[in-house]
Structure formats: structure tokens, C-alpha cells
Design a protein around this ligand. Structure first.
Ligand code: ZN
Length: 202
């Protein structure tokens, strides 16, 4: 099922996801719907917050992109396509190495994109949809997407990681988007949204 993607200004995007203790039919259904939603939007990744669920779950697929990715499992180069699409539950990112500035967009920020500095490579530990542990090292686009989605899972948005010049240049567009989103929220949500911090720095 294609789910509506919540946009910047929605308080859900500023909340942390809860740890998933067991892969229930509901979690499987959510992951399936998130994959369908991501594909329908031509996205490379999607976090549960973006479809209104506060759990530590992300989906991604880098196969359609021309930007290079690397992946090693147990120190050996892995066939990335064989691991796509990827569903990560309770991901933990460690051993960040290198810095790389790269272009990013976000399905919660339609028509907005910016250069963001991220670690070039990371180690990922997570659980898969079969409840099995998944451990790998990755670089390039794959590492970027996982870092972007992992931020979402902790209430952090790519706008928090933009340099100040970019943020200033996008200021009007961001404010307009935030206002549009909040105008569509029911009144209770609107009150909650005002009490949330306007930005959070990681
Ligand atoms: Zn995003």
C-alpha cells in the first residue's frame, strides 16, 4: 500500500523511533508498504517516521542510481544488488571514516536538495526482516543513504546538516513548506508543533 509521506513541519519528523523487539506481521506489512511508497516516489530510501510510524525501521534501494556504492560483508566485497532492496531494523552505525560532501534530497522536502557532508564509510549492524542479525561495512551512496535514514530514525533532518549558507539560501522555501504542512495538521498537532525546537543540531 502506498502511504502518504509526511512533510517538513510535521512534528512526527522530530521524534525518535522505538526499538523493534520482534518482527510481527504488522512490521512486515509496514516494511512492504514503505518499499512500495519509496518506489512510487522514485526514492532511494525511506524511514518509518516519514510515513508516520515511530519505530527504528528503514528501507532502501540503491540499484537505480548511477552513483557508486561499496559493501563488504565479513571483510569480503559483497554483491550489492543481491542485498537490495534492504530493510534495516534497529540499525546501529559505527566506525565512521572519511568525510564526503554529496548531493541529497528527501521525500519529506519536495523539490529541495543540497550538498551534505557525511562519513564516506560506516559499519552497520541491524536486524533483517527475518529477525536475523545483519552486519556490513559500506561506502559511497549506500553509506550516505543509511546515514540520512538513520538520522530520520532519531528525529534529525538533512536540513540540520546543511551549512549555514545553504540554510540561509533555502530559508524562504523551508519556511513556506513548514507553514503549508502545519496548516494541514489538526489543531492539537499544531499546538504540539509550536513547542518543538525549530532545529536540532547533531
Ligand atoms: Zn529524508
Amino acid at each position: 500500500m502506498i502511504l502518504p509521506v509526511v512533510k517538513y513541519g510535521h512534528p512526527m519528523l522530530r521524534q525518535r523511533g522505538k526499538r523493534i523487539e520482534a518482527v510481527t506481521p504488522e512490521i512486515r506489512e509496514l516494511a512492504d508498504s514503505m518499499l512500495e511508497t519509496m518506489r512510487a516516489s522514485a526514492g532511494v530510501g525511506l524511514a518509518a517516521q516519514q510515513v508516520g510510524h515511530l519505530v527504528l525501521l528503514m528501507v532502501l534501494d540503491v540499484r537505480e542510481s548511477e552513483r557508486p556504492s561499496t559493501m563488504q560483508v565479513n571483510g569480503t566485497e559483497a554483491d550489492i544488488a543481491a542485498h537490495m532492496p534492504m530493510v534495516l531494523l534497529n540499525p546501529v552505525l559505527t566506525e565512521p571514516a572519511g568525510k564526503e560532501v554529496g548531493f541529497e534530497g528527501c521525500l519529506s522536502f519536495p523539490a529541495i536538495s543540497a550538498d551534505i557532508c557525511r562519513a564516506e564509510s560506516i559499519t552497520v549492524s541491524a536486524m533483517d526482516l527475518d529477525g536475523q542479525p545483519l552486519n556490513f561495512r559500506c561506502g559511497g551512496l549506500l553509506a550516505r543513504v543509511i546515514q540520512h535514514e538513520n538520522d530520520h530514525l532519531h528525529g534529525v533532518l538533512f536540513v540540520d546538516r546543511m551549512d549555514s549558507a545553504t540554510k540561509v539560501s533555502l530559508g524562504g522555501v523551508l519556511k513556506r513548506l513548514q507553514k503549508e504542512t502545519q496548516a494541514d495538521l489538526p489543531p492539537a498537532r499544531k499546538r504540539g508543533a509550536r513547542s518543538l525546537p525549530a532545529s536540532r543540531h547533531a
